[in-house]
Design a protein around this ligand. Sequence first.
Ligand SMILES: CC(C)(COP(=O)(O)OP(=O)(O)OC[C@H]1O[C@@H](n2cnc3c(N)ncnc32)[C@H](O)[C@@H]1OP(=O)(O)O)[C@@H](O)C(=O)NCCC(=O)NCCS
Length: 170
Amino acid sequence: VDHSAEVPESITVRAAVAADIEQIRALAIGNGMFAPEDMGGFDDGLNGYLSGELEGHRWLVATGPGGRVEGAAYVAPEPFGDRVWNLYFLAADPSRHRRGAGSSLVRNVEQTLRAEGDETARVLIVETLSSAAYEGARRFYASRGFDREALIREFYGPGEDKIVFWKSLV
Ligand SMILES: CC(C)(COP(=O)(O)OP(=O)(O)OC[C@H]1O[C@@H](n2cnc3c(N)ncnc32)[C@H](O)[C@@H]1OP(=O)(O)O)[C@@H](O)C(=O)NCCC(=O)NCCS
């Protein structure tokens, strides 16, 4: 069942700006997705977007009451895919999970890419992990209408598989 239309009205999604950097980083660290010392690739992606160097890459933030950043997402085209976009990062404030920030971000990504048409985007994928810590994420993608498409064994380490979710944008 796709519940993606059910999103609280108090959440707004906009393009990320430089002033959001620390809050976006805090989402990645606060959710245990990266250790602070392993943030190099993440920071390169974020800074490349902000400087305009990574053309076409998009970072979004979901803001709640008072403009507080409650979630963030990063989506970019897959360099070797045919109009395939990858949701490389998605996180909601750990103290405010399941209040709609993640859904608002995914819905915005999908609507924007669909509106740009199939010349730009055909497929949206997202890669997550097989461990118990990511069970919520796996349930989230399944509940947002993604198909559980593929598994790459041991990708993230011994016993830690990559799970790829897939959704058509056309
Ligand atoms: C996954 C994540 C981004 C979802 O964002 P969110 O704002 O918490 O999700 P929403 O409030 O939009 O959830 C919508 C629906 O997704 C499903 N869902 C979300 N989190 C879930 C969980 N922990 N367990 C089961 N279902 C879940 C539910 O169907 C939920 O609807 P409901 O609460 O009405 O039942 C967020 O939980 C998160 O930041 N997790 C940690 C980081 C992470 O795993 N990111 C993804 C890495 S690939």
